[in-house]
Ligand binder design. Structure first.
Ligand code: TRP
Ligand code: ZN
Length: 885
């Protein structure tokens, strides 16, 4: 392992900062390889610090060349300070407020970690969250140091005609001599340095304006590459809808004169909420019907909203320390989910969100990387931008809403904004606002923030015919997670319904006769029983309606009862859930049969029949039917099986069921395929997208059937596609099989889109999913393709990421070739971009659940990574946890 083990940071060690920075003046002389940064920090002692006065001033700084230090204009001599590779320490500073001036030099061109100031296709841009600002200048790089900023940017006019900063524009002009110009920006809202940003480059833009609820005019701009302006229209539209929605739903108004978004090509994550200057991965901005899928349009809408919503939940109120990350991320995901639910179909949105939660967060929670929504320790904070912090974090906010009810929840949010505006807050502050606004005690609920693992709810129902009484019994089973073997029972809000034999909803009444109007039961103990009176006949229970808590439900409903729920549940989420449970159960059975070499049992045909009936019900919207038709993914099945997993068998079972479904429901699916086609020209709206989704879901199953007509339909779908949604879906299906047109389709797609760096990623991803044996050799060859680049995160995600996360059979080859390939990529990437390397390595997170041969091969690959010298802290932390079982 590593000789000097990286340092662990702990929540319990939090201390207020010794010094505060009230204002920051920055002056950048942009240069591709040697940018000069002059900073002037107005510093004073923190009256709230618990340390004795006269403490040394310690600033963070990495990969900086220090040009000079001065205090109140007086240069310091080298003996007055000390510099190492992580800090600048000044032992003696004035007792009174003072100005610290620093000059640093940085090399944006060489910066392939994409943290701090770097260049993406010639554009200067920054990424400071979480700890990137320390790569720009020396600074107390922690979110509880809030300052106002004035930023002057100077650059070559031809190289960077556009110069953008946080806040409002103040001044711009040409320099007297030469070819350079400058711009000055001022941000009046105190912010932590992770929200600092600048952009300099030759960019085009689209512009619009927004009138806020109090009548102020805001200038909106979305900056993109020249020639891509038309592809920014959807992002702009999404931004305006987000701004309006936050006013209506949460009373939140925008607070600057301008709001700028910049799309860049090389970006470690999706997007970043820098104050007044959001920077985006261009795949989350650029969209046109020809180049982007409906899924792209949808994620652009939700990420634009997410980053905009951060203006209040993240920026105006920020986090005290990085352990509180869910305070901004979980809350902001909850807000963007609600926005999407309002803009589109609420039920379909909930299905998509729950699918994502289960596939990413439940998997994380069940393995070596499990951690609480508020972690207590980390080595590298970049490793904690996880599904647990984001998606489970959002579920915790949603549960607060369920417990309090919509009105008290809104009151709690209002109080939170009122109390903590301009502050760096904690989860305790957040919960207290809801307690004070509602009078409810959330101290038991708070356990959710500190306890990792997905609770299992074991439920059973008893019915007493004579007393006309139903009894629902629950037991909370809380599985151990690393470092936490014993858990306390949680406060779990469980929304339930009882459905009578006639398919009608039974009004829920307690024994006392009191009605349970919202259907929410509050579980607070390890085991708990709820009795309902006046239940006329033996009911079928509908448990966890709308997925009211992030738990696994175990309830031994019969197949007939699931069919009943698929037809009658008034909660449409749970109707889909019943279908999903039935499909999962069927697939798990099929895997068992394959393992024993037996023929599949009769459950599969029962499931397919019930699915046909559910999809055929004409009161369902197209997008919802599409969700019904999507079988659980191979990874979903692996997660449910949970131990001794054989991905090869899962792949075969999945194919079997898809084929059986396509064959049995053939004429229904053909009908849907022919009828669901939206009429007129392409529109990205939810209804049209739903129709395309339904058609493509039908196409997937018909392709699995595999008749000559099905092959012809698929080829036609690809070669005659009028939009990228259809083209990409067909490409993926073609590339996954042995269709005669496979090579021709891939070649055509390449030739058509080779000059579009976003669209070509579909081509890389489609091949990364190829489930046949030559896949690894082909993918290796693709890493040498001229359009592939290991330093471009989108390319790495498309090829290596898709292979490791989606190609279950080939990644999990029993001989370990898949593991070996991914481990080698991780090590290569780790030399220049540790965050991306660590993220790719996460693909191994379920290695312990594999059958013995694969488990051994995966372990060997992980050990190979672990013993490599000079690992980054990022990769070191992930690999150590994975081997620490
Ligand atoms: N705060 C960003 C968001 O969720 C996440 C983010 C963007 C990020 N870039 C990053 C986190 C780089 C860590 C490192 O909206
Ligand atoms: Zn966020």
């Amino acid at each position: 392992m590593k000789p000097d083990t990286p340092r662990t940071h702990r929540l319990k060690d939090y201390r207020p900062p010794a010094y505060l920075v009230d204002h920051v003046d920055l002056d950048f002389a942009l240069d591709p390889t040697r940018t000069e940064v002059r900073a002037a920090l107005k510093i004073r002692r923190n009256p709230a610090a618990d340390a004795p006065a006269g403490k040394a001033l310690i600033l963070d700084g990495e990969q900086l060349e220090l040009g000079g230090v001065a205090i109140d204009g007086k240069p310091l001599s080298p003996g007055d300070y000390a510099v190492d590779d992580k800090t600048l320490t000044i032992p003696k500073v004035p007792a009174k407020p003072f100005t610290l001036s620093l000059t640093t030099f940085i090399n944006p061109e060489e910066n392939k970690a994409l943290q701090g100031l770097y260049r993406s296709r010639g554009v200067f841009c920054t990424q400071c969250e979480a700890e990137g600002f320390r790569r720009i200048t020396y600074f107390p790089d922690r979110p509880d140091v809030l300052s106002t900023y004035t930023c002057r940017i100077e650059a070559d006019t031809a190289l960077a005609p556009i110069l953008l900063g946080n806040g409002n524009p103040v001044e711009r002009g040409k320099l007297a001599r030469g070819t350079r110009h400058f711009a000055v920006w001022h941000d009046p809202h105190p912010k932590p340095c992770y929200l600092f940003a600048l952009v300099g480059g030759d960019l085009a833009h689209v512009a619009s304006t927004f009138k806020t609820m109090s009548g102020r005019k805001v200038d909106l701009k979305v900056y993109v590459e020249h020639g891509k302006e038309a592809r920014a229209a959807w992002a702009m539209d999404s931004l305006k809808r987000s701004m309006r929605w936050d006013e209506r739903r949460f009373g939140r108004e925008y607070d600057l004169d301008v709001f700028n978004i910049v799309a860049v090509s090389d970006f470690n994550m999706g997007a970043m909420e820098n104050k007044g200057l959001n920077i985006f991965n261009d795949r989350l901005i650029l969209a046109s019907p020809e180049t982007a899928t409906d899924a792209n349009f949808e994620s652009i809408e939700s990420v634009v909203a997410h980053e905009y919503f951060h203006n209040w939940t993240g920026n105006r109120i920020t986090c005290r320390d990085w352990f509180q990350l869910c305070l901004k991320e979980g809350l902001t995901v909850y807000r963007d989910q609600e926005f999407s639910a309002d803009e589109r179909s609420a039920t379909v949105q909930r299905i998509l969100d729950v699918r994502l939660l289960r596939s990413t967060q439940f998997t994380e929670d069940a393995g070596p990387l499990a951690h609480p929504v508020r972690p207590e320790a980390f080595i590298e904070i970049n490793n904690f931008y996880t599904p647990t912090v984001y998606e489970k974090g959002a579920e915790l906010v949603r549960m607060i809403e369920t417990i309090l009810g919509r009105e008290d929840f809104r009151r709690g949010m209002d109080l939170y904004f009122e109390r903590h505006d301009g502050e760096a807050a904690t989860i305790e502050d957040f919960l207290k606002s809801f307690e004070d606004a509602s009078g409810r005690d959330l101290s038991h609920f708070k356990l959710w923030y500190g306890q990792a693992g997905t609770p299992e709810l074991v439920c059973s129902l008893a019915y007493d015919k004579a007393k006309k009484q139903a009894e629902l019994k629950f037991e909370q089973v809380l599985p151990p997670t690393p470092g936490e073997s014993k858990k306390k029972p949680l406060h779990i809000p469980v929304r339930v319904g009882l459905i009578g034999a006639n398919g009608q909803e039974i009004a829920l009444k307690r024994e006392t006769g009191e009605a349970i109007e919202d259907g929410v039961l509050h579980l607070t103990k390890r085991t708990q029983t709820f009795r309902f009176s006046d239940v006329p006949s033996s009911p079928v229970p509908s448990i966890l309606r709308g997925f009211s808590a992030p738990v696994n439900v175990t309830f031994n409903l019969s197949d007939r009862e699931l069919e009943f729920l698929m037809a009658h549940d008034s909660d449409l989420f749970n109707r889909w859930q019943a279908a999903n449970t039935y499909a999962t159960r069927t697939l798990v059975d099929m895997v068992k049969s394959l393992r024993k070499g037996e023929k599949p049992n009769g459950r599969a045909s029962g499931f397919v029949k019930a699915l046909g009936i559910a999809v055929g019900l004409d009161d369902h919207e197209a997008a919802y039917r599409a969700e019904l038709l999507k079988l659980p993914s191979q990874a979903d099945i692996a997660r449910v099986i949970g131990r001794n997993v054989d991905p090869g068998l899962i792949f075969r079972a999945h194919r079997q069921l898809a084929k059986l479904t396509g064959t049995t429901l053939g004429s229904l699916l053909e009908g849907l395929y022919d009828e669901a086609k939206p009429s007129g020209s392409f529109s990205p709206d939810a209804k049209s997208a739903g129709q395309r989704a339904l058609r493509n879901a039908a196409l997937t199953l018909l392709t699995a059937r595999g008749t000559a007509a099905d092959e012809a339909r698929l080829a036609n779908h690809f070669f005659k596609a009028g939009n990228m949604t259809d083209e990409q879906h067909a490409l993926m299906l073609l590339a996954a099989g042995s269709h005669p047109a496979r090579e021709k389709a891939l070649a055509r797609f390449h030739d058509r889109w080779k000059d579009d760096h976003l669209v070509i990623d579909f081509w890389f991803a489609a091949q990364a999913q190829y489930p046949q044996r030559p896949a690894i050799a082909q993918i290796k060859a693709l890493t040498r393709h001229p359009l592939f680049s290991l330093t471009a995160p989108n390319k790495v995600r498309a090829l290596v990421g898709t292979f490791a996360m989606q190609n279950q059979v080939q990644f999990h080859r029993p001989d370990g070739a898949g593991y070996d390939f991914v481990a080698k990529q991780v090590l290569a990437i780790d030399r220049f971009n540790p965050s991306i390397a660590a993220r790719m390595l996460v693909a191994f997170r379920s290695w312990h659940t594999l059958e013995a041969e694969r488990r051994a091969a995966a372990k060997t690959a992980l050990q190979g990574v672990a013993k490599t010298p000079n690992l980054s802290a990022d990769v070191y932390e992930i690999v150590s946890k994975m081997l620490d079982q």
